[in-house]
Design a protein around this ligand. Structure first.
Ligand code: AMP
Length: 232
């Protein structure tokens, strides 16, 4: 299966359109950034877009906050509207990587419909997988820079100076939704609402499953094997 995908996408003469699926804490964001940098495609993280809307105190942000703080999903119509708007920006015309979207079957159908309308299709849906115990450990030790959004992990990649971001020296904080009771709700929501997408995309023959447990380098190498020119 992986080889078939590799052959099919090796000859793409345009940028790739990817989706990264996976439970919270599996490292989607970290891997997405690496892959986007390598292929010069924009990283479309709906979580990041929603957090920016919250910081900007926009109407969308105010609406999203109540759901996010509880570990619940923001309503599909809100997310689909936001994604449609984002895809119209020039940097997304070539290719892109969706991180954290779609998250429900209606979002996957909505994305399908949107892509049909603009005559595009997804190339690969990559699912990063790992057990709950490692996800809980990673999420509860995760800290986010209040200023630049960089994510640090107190156990796996501790900051050089306690409480300070390595990138900009901003204050490291724990996101409300990385607190223990919210983490377990997010994992339940993932199993209930997002896991069915694995079957959805497998049936469309677009899915590649990758073990997300290991060092950042190990996981990047596993992902790369399934992408064009991805032997490294
Ligand atoms: P993330 O940064 O991807 O872990 O997302 C953080 C939170 O943002 C989630 O727990 C949801 O509340 C919300 N969120 C992000 N992406 C979506 C989406 N595609 N659909 C609904 N809610 C989302």
């Amino acid at each position: 299966m992986a080889y078939g995908h590799y052959r099919r996408y090796t000859y793409l003469n345009r940028k790739m359109r990817l989706v990264f699926l996976g439970p919270p804490g599996i490292g989607k964001g970290t891997q997405a950034k690496i892959i986007c940098h390598r292929f010069t495609i924009p990283h479309l993280s709906t979580g990041d877009m929603l957090r920016s809307a919250i910081s900007a105190e926009s109407d969308l942000g105010k609406k999203a906050r109540t759901f996010m703080d509880r570990g619940n999903l923001v309503p599909d119509d809100v997310v689909l509207g936001m994604v449609e708007e984002r895809l119209q920006k020039p940097d997304a015309h070539g290719g892109y990587l969706f991180d954290g979207f779609p998250r429900t079957l209606p979002q996957a159908d909505g994305l399908n419909e949107l892509l049909n309308r603009i005559n595009q299709n997804l190339d690969i849906v990559l699912a990063l997988e790992g057990d709950d115990d490692i996800l809980i450990k990673r999420l509860s030790s995760r800290r986010t820079c209040e200023s630049c959004g960089t994510i640090t992990n107190l156990i796996f990649s501790p900051p050089r100076e306690e409480g300070k971001c390595d990138e900009c020296s901003g204050k490291l904080i724990q996101r409300n939704d990385d607190k223990p009771d919210v983490i377990s709700e997010r994992l339940k929501v993932y199993q209930r609402q997002t896991e069915p997408l694995i079957t959805y995309y497998a049936e469309k023959d677009q899915l590649i499953r990758v073990n997300g447990v290991g060092t950042i380098k190990e996981v990047t190498a596993r992902i790369s094997k399934n992408l064009p020119d991805g032997e490294s």
